[in-house]
Design a protein around this ligand. Sequence first.
Ligand code: ZN
Length: 202
Amino acid sequence: MILPAPIQNLVNAFSRLPGIGPKTASRLTFFLLTAPDDLSQDLAAALSALKTETTYCQTCFNITVAGRVQCEICSNPDRDQDVICVVEEPLDALALERTEGFHGRYHVLHGALSPIEGIGPEDLKIRELLTRVHSESIQEIILGTNPSLEGDATAMYLRQQLEPSQVRITRLARGLPVGGDLEYADQHTLLKALAGRQEMEN
Ligand SMILES: [Zn+2]
């Protein structure tokens, strides 16, 4: 059966999303076809606003509302100005925010070092982090990259790069599921990892 182009186009687009195979893509498309009109309208509106109405904070590179230079966390004077938690993705920062146990600010790298995937230091917001450490009065950097091969390698690299700065450098405690993502850890585990963070030695 050959699908009409508008249907096939949506199936193709859904198939490009992570975790969605051709079957799920077809199921979602046919669901939308018969669902009330307002659902596809809401979806279309939300999708088109996703990129145009968001931007990156110019300090921590977390997601924020378009038009802002700094995100709400960076511009909040009540947050500890001298502690930065370095994470791989905005969702990791969100996971830590949900614990309500961290009161400093973040730095989002937008990935982790991965020689296999060809991701080097220049592909991440590492230079921006080093600039922050030099220009702001930072006392502690918590390395909150994922407990995976790439996350650990990234933490080690940052440890070396930050060495000359004399800043206290800690790593989130073990106990997080190895190979897992921060964003999937439950709040209790994350709080424990935060509280049990340890000095990172070379
Ligand atoms: Zn920010």
